[in-house]
Design a protein around this ligand. Structure first.
Ligand code: ATP
Length: 328
């Protein structure tokens, strides 16, 4: 199958800065693809290269099998939802959404109808005559989404679109975006530095660092089998264990990751001391000192929680220890 987006050894350098450095990438049609990484790792530049707002310094980009080089943004069948939404403050909601169709020369009746349909899609019918300033942050986000969808793009690029929303709204929008993507079958490419967001929404995740992709895989792969220490650290919640401690614990002298939920309290395990306990609702998170290092342990709700200062024994299955490369 022809990929929706293909990068072959794509670089974008700004003087000495290697914003994107020899990236190979294939995004399948209809896929929800997340680009995850810390600030400055090159995600947004990759998105802008797909959109056509940036040109590669080197390498080759294809969109649905067509060479993207020399094709201007408005002819790429790709639309972007920007982090700040970039709505026109002086236009009402319908005119904001219909703007792209107006530029394409579509007559007013037809474009208004299409805009109203797009507003229904993002659950914002009846808001057409308001100005952006009369909307909440979440509603503005939906208008920005409708404005991109009205053009029926084959690829929708989303640059941290939920960054400005509060946690509850963000979680709601995550679910809505996912079901919208499923219903429309459009390829979504989503940029975020929030690992929870990437893991919960994407079919596949690319983890970026220093202008390159360090690991690519399903959310389960990335979470369970981080390839490098950087990925394990960045994707979060896992315990990253240094080689020296691994040897003390009877393992190989290599960097390893061990998920907090894979550790159990058990009579014949390794001795550790409870330093802190945090009640999280569905689970309790323990911070323990084990041979001078700090590990996290997650206990499911209903399990007995030892008191701070208590000595416990920790046990895990050797198969739950995942060895990694040290390279960042
Ligand atoms: P963030 O999450 O903060 O948006 P990012 O991963 O999207 O980060 P990019 O915006 O792609 O990162 O930037 C990658 C690197 O390229 C950064 O070091 C940035 O300063 C640099 N960069 C991006 N655009 C330009 C530009 N127009 N001129 C010079 N340097 C740039």
């Amino acid at each position: 199958m022809t990929p929706a987006v293909r990068f072959q050894k794509v670089s974008r350098h700004f003087g000495q800065v290697r914003a994107v450095d020899r990236v190979d990438l294939e995004i399948a049609p209809g896929e929800f693809f997340a680009m995850l990484g810390p600030s400055g790792s090159g995600k947004t530049t990759c998105l802008r290269l797909i959109a056509g707002f940036e040109q590669p310094t080197d390498g080759h980009i294809e969109i649905f099998g067509e060479t993207a080089g020399g094709v201007p943004p408005y002819r790429r069948n790709v639309n972007t939802v920007f982090q700040d939404y970039a709505l026109f403050p002086h236009l009402n909601v319908v005119d904001n959404v219909a703007y792209g169709l107006m530029v394409k020369g579509i007559d007013k009746t037809e474009r208004t109808k299409a805009a109203e349909q797009a507003l229904e899609l993002v659950k914002l019918p009846g808001y057409g005559t308001r100005r952006p300033a009369q909307l909440s942050g979440g509603q503005r986000q939906r208008v920005a989404l409708a404005r991109a969808l009205v053009n029926k793009p084959k690829v929708l690029l989303l640059d941290e679109p939920l960054g400005a929303l509060d946690l509850k709204l963000r979680e709601q929008m995550q679910e809505e975006l996912k079901s919208l993507q499923r219903a429309l079958g459009i390829t979504f490419v989503f940029v975020t530095h929030d690992q929870g967001e990437a893991l919960s929404m994407a079919d596949r995740v690319a983890v970026f660092n220093n202008g390159g992709i360090v690991q690519e895989g399903t959310p389960q792969d990335i979470y369970r089998r981080p390839k490098t220490r950087f990925v394990a650290d960045f994707v979060g919640s896992s315990n990253v264990i240094a080689p020296d401690l691994m040897t003390l614990l009877g393992g190989e002298k290599r960097w390893a990751s061990l998920r907090p939920e894979a550790i159990q309290l058990s009579g014949n395990g390794v001795e550790a001391k409870i330093e802190n306990t945090s009640f999280l609702g569905a689970a309790t998170r323990l911070t323990v000192d084990i041979k001078g290092a700090r590990l996290h342990v997650t206990l499911p709700a209903g399990t007995h929680v030892p008191t701070v200062g208590a000595t416990v024994r920790l046990l895990w299955q050797p198969a739950d220890v995942h060895y990694m490369d040290d390279a960042a």
